[in-house]
Design a protein around this ligand. Structure first.
Ligand code: URA
Length: 260
């Protein structure tokens, strides 16, 4: 399928429409080795070789990335003050149409899924689709078994906001740690749930979405591109106890890598 050169450059790079127009008018772009002087030329992204400022643009249609978010980084594409999750990606993956699917707080760590696929993002985030997200949490006070029932019944937070039933277990590899499964993403939800049971979240690391776990060896601040079969796992559901047993051997690595 062909498309206009300026449109192609606007999805595949961070350049604005006006910057693209200006650079092309100054002969800064080439198609198959020949300088072009405007953006209206039709190109075939699969076949033509496009450069801007001498740099080849690698065509990618779908982008699926996992990033292990460090503390202090904002889960957004742009922020006036702070670095964002997309700022941490290498230049060749920076483009205007990518965004993090769902949020982690600035002080939370771990798995962020970054994509340009709006339909997939909706599927992952909509509570109606029931796609679980999993968190390892360090608590200020010891875990108590009553939490299991309270979370499971669907608790109220902040005087009335009702949560969907959630799963929680003591993550027995370190003291005062819990493993939580949620099917929704209310503002500061995990923190507010533990406040409601008079505990306090000191650190939070997201380690899995759907049936796709963040590899324990993915270093903090590092990213990986996903294969199609991994992407499918994002929308698959595995029972909580199975996920707990599967991830349990890796809890210490997640905690140490992310210095919980
Ligand atoms: N719940 C929280 O409280 N914070 C997060 O970052 C994610 C879930």
């Amino acid at each position: 399928m062909t498309e206009r050169l300026d449109k192609f450059l606007s999805t595949q790079t961070m350049l604005s429409r006006s910057e693209i127009k200006k650079h092309l008018a100054h002969g800064k772009g080439t198609v198959n080795g020949k300088v072009v002087w405007g953006g209206n030329r039709k190109i075939d992204p699969e076949k033509d070789e496009i450069t801007i400022f001498g740099k080849k643009i690698e065509y990618r249609n779908d982008i699926y990335i996992i990033l292990n978010k460090p503390e202090g980084i904002v889960c957004a594409t742009k922020d006036a003050r702070d670095k964002t999750v997309t700022d941490l990606l290498p230049q060749e993956l920076q483009r205007k149409d990518i965004f993090p699917a769902g949020r982690l707080d600035k002080d939370s760590l771990g798995m962020v899924f970054i994509t340009n696929d709006g339909a997939l993002s909706h599927k992952i985030l909509s509570p109606k689709k029931h796609i679980p997200k999993y968190y390892l949490v360090k608590l200020a006070k010891p875990f108590i078994n009553e939490y299991i029932n309270i979370f499971n019944k669907g608790m109220e937070i902040d005087g009335g906001e009702k949560c969907l039933p959630a799963h929680v277990r003591q993550a027995d590899t370190l003291e005062n740690t819990a493993f939580v499964e949620l099917f929704e993403g209310k503002f500061h939800q995990v923190k507010r749930m533990f406040s409601a049971v008079e505990n306090h979240v000191e650190k939070l690391v997201r380690i899995q979405m759907g049936s796709l776990a963040m590899p324990a060896e993915l270093g903090i601040g590092e990213h990986m591109e996903l294969l199609h079969k991994d992407v499918e796992n994002l929308v698959k559901i595995t029972p909580f106890d199975e996920v707990f047993e599967e991830r349990r051997p890796f809890f210490p690595s997640y905690l140490i890598n992310n210095s919980l």
